[in-house]
Ligand binder design. Structure first.
Ligand SMILES: Nc1nc2c(ncn2[C@@H]2O[C@H](COP(=O)(O)OP(=O)(O)OP(=O)(O)O)[C@@H](O)[C@H]2O)c(=O)[nH]1
Ligand SMILES: [Mg+2]
Length: 525
């Protein structure tokens, strides 16, 4: 097609006549030099775009192909056409509406909207009559592409990669906490993992078990993602392997679920040999469950974020090798556990009381341990900053001392593989003489978080161990709230400002040595 217009009337008319004759839509893909690369014959309603290589052309974000097709009915460009435009990143899409003899009456053209903040991902042009088709198409494309580049460079560096769309599908009846709470926690997890959340979608029931959200909704999400340069789709649930595959088949996006996100954070944060092994084991178990059902989409499902996957995991790793590795890791962990047990026994002989700090992730456990012992255990405004149990000693007057330990934070619905993996670390809690349950009282979901922690402690059969509930971060709550807590005689502290720590130490002393009995009962001794 030797013309610098989106289509020539002669060409359109030739297509229209054939289209009317065979009573099917006809479409063509035209490259930038004007050559037809594909001829597509559809039915009377629509055409189906053949599977085009989805890899984006570097620099230019457009495919370098435009779609022209015939509409036999009086329809302008419809939703499906516009989806095709965006999902395939066509230069433009044009429909000619033809009369009964195939002669185009008028045309509609749409381009992808280069503004990622805009409401609709496309720019739909006005109706154009045959006499109005004009030259200047390549110039129009050129300015569109420079618009893309400009918008892209507006993103801050950190916001350019790991851009994510969060999707939560909830059955409120089955949930202990509100969808909004769950979603805000997912956002926190993303922040911790270094992911930039661009958009979110909450649905309050499951629509289609095969794709989780309905097909139309999924398309809409994918469309938005392409439009906003999003590369990750994160689901606030554990996706069944078949679901993950179905969703990833429908798009180029990397599909991740909550479990994978947590695994990813764990793998970044584990420091000790033990912790690293445990995370790797959990990752491999997760992978194993997925291996049998997956094929070429593996890379997008297992790579982790930014390519961090379990150890040496590559596509060619077979299920067999994964199983071997799992066995090896389990043995290694077993050996480590035995050694830990010996250490514990040695400690038990010394009869130094053990106090363990537990609580929801980010409650301030590590900060509290630091404040109580003046040590520097990593404390960060991140979820799962601590993955390795840390142990310190605190000396009290009268030659008394305790061992105090920090633990991995708890979270709602900890993925089963992970909770198993960390059970080993948490097993030590069984030896504790006292548990300090640290609560972030400044978090509006603190009640749900407390319930989650109680639930996990119960499942570990730790009900028998005396427990102190400590409300931390009282420096960031209102006076009124603080007063009401005081009236209920709650233990209020701020690990940050050290408010209430002396009282807390006294209480620990009291709990331990009063419980244990004898000598303290003598007021003189
Ligand atoms: N305002 C305020 N912030 C606190 C207080 N205690 C801790 N924080 C902050 O809360 C965040 C989390 O603290 P951490 O001590 O890492 O919490 P954690 O419970 O050990 O968290 P994980 O190890 O990730 O489970 C950090 O940014 C702390 O500075 C407090 O008393 N007041
Ligand atoms: Mg910590």
């Amino acid at each position: 097609m030797r013309s610098d217009s989106v289509i020539t009337h002669d060409f359109a008319r030739a297509c229209g006549e054939v289209s009317v004759e065979i009573k099917r839509q006809i479409g063509v893909l035209i490259d930038r030099s004007g050559y037809v690369t594909h001829l597509i014959v559809g039915n009377d309603q629509s055409i189906e775009i053949p599977h085009l290589d989805r890899v984006r052309v570097a620099q230019s974000r457009l495919r370098g192909l435009r779609l022209f097709h015939i509409h036999l009915k009086e329809d302008p460009l419809n939703q499906e056409d516009l989806m095709d435009l965006v999902l395939n990143r066509f230069d433009s899409i044009t429909a000619a509406i033809v009369d009964s003899s195939g002669i185009p009456k008028y045309y509609y053209t749409a381009f992808i909207n280069p503004d990622p903040e805009s409401e609709t991902p496309w720019l739909l042009g006005e109706k154009v009559f045959p006499g109005q088709l004009k030259e200047g198409y390549s110039e129009e494309l050129f300015s569109l592409e420079s618009e893309f580049t400009k918008k892209n460079s507006n993103f801050k560096n950190a916001q350019l990669t790991n851009r994510a769309f969060l999707v939560g599908v909830y059955e409120p009846r089955k949930m202990k906490r509100s969808p909004e709470h769950s979603m805000s926690e997912l956002k926190e997890l993303c922040k911790t993992a270094g992911i930039h959340v661009v958009d979110t979608y909450i649905q309050k029931k499951s629509a289609d078990p095969s794709t989780v959200v309905g097909k139309g909704k999924l398309q809409e999400i994918i469309l938005k993602s392409v439009h906003k340069d999003i590369e990750l789709l994160i689901f606030d649930l554990e996706l069944a392997p078949a679901q993950a595959k179905k969703i990833s088949d429908a798009s180029d996006l990397k599909i991740i679920d909550r479990t994978q996100l947590i695994l990813d954070i764990f793998s970044k944060n584990a420091k000790s040999r033990d912790g690293k092994l445990q995370v790797e084991l959990a990752q491999l178990k997760y992978l194993k469950n997925r291996l049998s059902e997956l094929d070429d989409n593996m890379s997008r499902l297992t790579g982790g974020i930014g390519g961090r996957g379990p150890g040496e995991t590559k596509l060619e790793i077979g299920k067999r090798r994964v199983e071997d590795k799992i066995t090896r890791l389990e043995n290694e962990l077993d050996a480590l556990r035995k050694r830990r047990e010996l250490n514990r026994k040695a400690r038990a002989k010394n009869e130094v009381p053990i106090v363990a700090i537990v609580g929801y992730t980010n409650a301030g456990k590590s900060t509290l341990l630091n404040a109580l012992t003046n040590s520097t255990v990593i404390a960060e405004d991140k979820l799962f900053a601590t993955l390795d149990p840390t142990t310190r000693r605190i000396r009290f007057p009268k030659e008394r001392e305790i061992i105090i330990s920090d633990t991995v934070g708890f979270i709602h619905d900890l993925p089963p593989d992970l909770s198993l993996a960390f059970k080993a670390t948490l097993e030590e809690l069984g030896d504790a003489d006292l548990l300090l349950h640290v609560v972030d009282i400044s978090n509006q979901n603190y009640k749900e978080q407390m319930e989650a922690v109680d639930g996990i402690l119960n499942s570990l059969n730790l009900n028998e161990i005396p427990r102190l509930v400590i409300y931390n971060k009282v420096d960031s709550i209102s006076e009124e709230f603080k007063e009401s807590l005081r009236e209920n005689e709650e233990i209020l502290v701020s690990a940050a400002t050290k408010e209430g720590l002396l009282e807390l130490l006294e209480m620990i002393e009291h709990e331990i040595w009063l419980e244990k009995g004898s000598e303290i009962l003598n007021p003189i001794g």
